[in-house]
Structures are given as C-alpha cells and as structure tokens.
Design a protein around this ligand. Structure first.
Ligand code: MEV
Length: 323
C-alpha cells in the first residue's frame, strides 16, 4: 500500500511567549516528544484517526468540508496546498500517533500540521522543503489560534533552539542546559485555548500600553540575559530569569491560580526557576531543577498535576519516518 509518515517535535518556549505576539523576541526549543502522522491510501473521504485526541472524523477531498471543528486548520492547509502549491487532494487516511500532550501549551497543533504536510506531500511524490512546510503549517496555525506569532510552527519545522521575532524570522541558537540540571515539563491537566488567552493579553496590553510597553521591553531584554546565562552555564541566573519572566506573564494576564500553585510548589521543593510555557491559564509549566532534586520535586507535585516529563531539548525538526 502507498503510504508515508513524518514526525515533528513539540516545543517549549523558555522565554518570551505572549510578548512575541507584539514583536518582542522569544527563545524556544524543540523537545523529545513528537507527533507522528501517517498518510495511506483510502477511498472516498479523507479519514482521520487520532486516539490521543479522541478524534475520528473526515474531510471531503472535493469541497474540503469537515466533520469535526478540530479539523478546520487541516482543511485550510489542504486548500492552501491545492491552491498555492498545485497538489491534487486525493482521498486518503491519516493516522496520528503522539506522545506529546494535546492542548498543553507544547505546540501539538503546529507539530500535527507540519508532520501532516510533510507526510501528505511525500505520499503524493513531492515532499515540500522546510521553507515550504513553514509556510503551509502557518496557514493551519492561523485557523487554530487566530493571530499566532509563528513561533510554534517554526520550531516544529526546524527543531533545535531558536530566537524568534515576529515579522523578522528566526536565528538558530545552541541551547544546552547547565551541566547537572534538567528541564521538567509539568502538564497541569487544565486545558487551555491559546486564542482566548492571546486575546485577553492583547486587550490588557492595549488598555495599558503606556505602562505595559515597559513590561514588553523587559521581556525582550530577558532574552539577552538568558543567552548569556546559557553561554556561561549559569543555572542560578537562568532560573532567576525564568522566575522574572513568570512575574511578567502574570502581570499581563497569562497566569492563573493553578499555574501559580504549581510554580510555587516547584520553587519550594528546590526548582531554581519555574514558569508557565506556551499560552498559560492552564497548559504546562517548566522548571529548571538540579539533578539530585528531581525526585523530591516530582514527589511534591504528586496528586496535583496530570503528568511530568523529563525531556531532551534541541531535537530535530519535522522529518520523514521509515515504516
Ligand atoms: C503559544 O505557544 C505562544 C504564544 O506566544 C502565542 C504565539 O506566539 O502565537 C502565547
């Protein structure tokens, strides 16, 4: 049977989410949790199976109507592949496998879009280049999130570590954790909707811009200090900057009671820094933790959160997979 598979990494934003929407820089890294999408021959409709998301539905290959609202971003991406890149949209089936939590602020929608775009175009015999995948996955992200900065799909496509600035693009950076430290990702289990949080934060910014522009500038400045801390392998400075960034995110309306509880519990049990990552209100929190304290930190969160992932950062971007 004709088929093709591709996978793309999730991401964590180490610094700068939300501020990036209005032109400050952000620092994001790909993580070792991936979405794998397989496209295979089928008849009639385009059939989607995503056990993790509890999704089994369809898109009509002729008029691109869909049976589940969650497929709207992918239907738009297929339309774009047809109209801009000249692909025929054939019936096929799509199987999505993932160890990346969905709706947890870890970029699962961008990873799905990038891996599906590569798998489908490879299935059709003309796999797109990375720059083209960046372009088409952004179309899906616009439908999913309203006014996205582009950081999520950029990291899903290119992987590694990136400084991203809206309208300017990205610059690759080597990001290694200080020796003896780990990055934990804590899924609070509270689903969040990126679009609503971004709208709320943008409203606060526009109501208070004369004051809040300084907060956005401070967030941008954190990137320079974070790069310095990473270069010097200075875990204490890096963690302190995460805490500072969390304070700024709270100030502009992206935090929540559940996030603050998790963040303070992490700090109390020994994390050198902790902050929300992604959109906020729920989703995930990241923590920089010295290796010898990982057990204690995990224990302190038991019963409080949905899952804790100890990840490798800076992994490869979207790529074809062998069957
Ligand atoms: C979401 O992962 C990151 C946000 O900064 C939104 C965006 O950049 O589009 C909150």
């Amino acid at each position: 049977m004709r088929k093709a598979s591709a996978s793309a990494p999730g991401k964590v934003i180490l610094f700068g989410e939300h501020f990036v929407v209005k032109g400050s820089r952000s620092l994001a890294v790909a993580i070792s949790l991936r979405v794998k999408t397989t496209v295979a021959e089928s008849r009639g409709k385009i059939r989607f199976y995503s056990p993790l998301a509890g999704l089994e539905s369809w898109i009509d290959p002729v008029n691109l109507e869909y049976g589940d609202e969650r497929l709207a971003p992918l239907a738009r991406m297929l339309e774009y592949l047809r109209d801009k890149y000249g692909f025929n949209i054939e019936p096929h089936k799509v199987i999505v496998e993932s160890n990346l939590p969905v709706g947890a602020g870890l970029g699962s929608s961008a990873s799905l879009a990038a891996s599906y775009a590569l798998a489908y175009t490879a299935f059709m015999g003309s796999p797109l280049s990375k720059d083209e995948l960046l372009d088409v996955s952004y179309e899906a992200e616009k439908v999913a999130h309203g006014n996205p900065s582009g950081v999520d799909n950029t990291i899903a496509v290119y992987g590694g570590g990136l400084i991203y600035k809206r309208g300017v693009g990205f610059e690759r950076v080597e990001v290694d954790l200080p020796p003896g430290y780990r990055l934990l990702i804590i899924d609070t289990g509270v689903p969040r909707n990126t679009r609503s949080v971004v709208e709320h934060v943008l409203n606060i910014a526009s109501m208070t811009w004369e004051a809040s522009e300084h907060v956005y500038r401070a967030a941008d400045k954190i990137i320079d200090l974070a790069l310095k801390a990473l270069r010097n392998k200075d875990a204490f400075l890096l963690g302190t900057l995460m805490n500072l960034n969390q304070g700024l995110l709270n100030a502009v309306g992206a935090s929540s009671e559940v996030i603050e509880r998790v963040v303070f519990s992490l700090r109390r049990s020994g994390a050198v820094g902790a902050k929300l990552t992604g959109a906020g209100w729920g989703g995930s929190v990241i923590a920089l933790v010295s290796e010898d304290l990982v057990g204690r930190v995990r224990e302190s969160l038991s019963g409080m959160v949905k899952s804790i992932h100890d990840v490798v950062i800076g992994v490869d971007g979207v790529s074809l997979e062998n069957h």
